[in-house]
Design a binder for this molecule. Structure first.
Ligand code: GTS
Length: 210
């Protein structure tokens, strides 16, 4: 029995970064897929702390909030920097990922047609901080912070991959980010995950927009 269970809708959404993390770290996990029908019955929703998914089990520990789950895995699996300072810088990077993920989700779920042009126009401004952060760490040749991969790298990688679907070419003016995506995606276990039917057949979002 794998120790980890992801309880979530049948989408990549807020869980693909943690799946990528687990896959890259050689961990196995169980998926409990919650369909719209099950969710609309209401009892699972009522049982969730914030009345939302994902829900995550690590043995007896039940967690909600995708970023708390990523951080928990970061602490458990040694993916939270080498010291206090790196951990803090990782929090800063991950909070930036969350800010852009929220903008993305608002576009996808509430304003896709009318908001697309404005989103595309503003996107370089929102991507730039990540290029800057990477450039400050070993000239962009390494990870978002420090010498080792972290929970925030998986979250950023997922964010960049979904933006490459929304806006192909959006990284063309960001050579460091482009190389980072290519480098991380080529890690053997991430590559295997990204080319797996599980990942490829899972829609990015719940409303068919991407
Ligand atoms: N801050 C939460 C997290 O990061 O986990 C947000 C979770 C959230 O928004 N969940 C949505 C949900 O449960 C699904 S998704 O946005 O992750 O796709 N929606 C159903 C509902 O009834 O609110």
């Amino acid at each position: 029995m794998p120790p980890y269970t992801i309880v979530y809708f049948p989408v990549r959404g807020r869980c693909e970064a943690m799946r990528m993390l687990l896959a890259d770290q050689g961990q196995s996990w169980k998926e409990e897929v919650v369909t719209k029908e099950i969710w609309s019955q209401g009892s699972l929703k009522a049982s969730c702390l914030y009345r939302q998914l994902p829900k995550f089990q690590d043995g007896d520990l039940t967690l909600y909030q995708s970023n708390a789950i990523l951080r928990h895995l970061g602490r458990s699996l040694g993916l939270y920097g080498k010291d206090h300072q790196e951990a803090t810088l990782l929090d800063m990077a991950n909070d930036g990922v969350e800010d852009l993920r929220c903008k993305y989700a608002t576009l996808i779920y509430t304003n896709y047609e009318a908001g697309r042009d404005g989103y595309m126009k503003a996107l370089p401004r929102h991507l730039k901080p990540f290029e800057t952060l990477l450039s400050q760490n070993q000239g962009g040749q390494a990870f978002i912070v420090g010498n080792q991969i972290s929970f925030a790298d998986y979250n950023l990688l997922d964010l960049l991959l979904i933006h490459q679907v929304l806006a192909p070419g959006c990284l063309d003016t960001f050579p460091i980010l482009s190389a980072y995506v290519a480098r991380l995606s080529a890690r053997p276990k991430i590559k295997a995950f990204l080319t797996s039917p599980d990942h490829m057949n899972r829609p990015i979002n719940g409303n068919g927009k991407q």
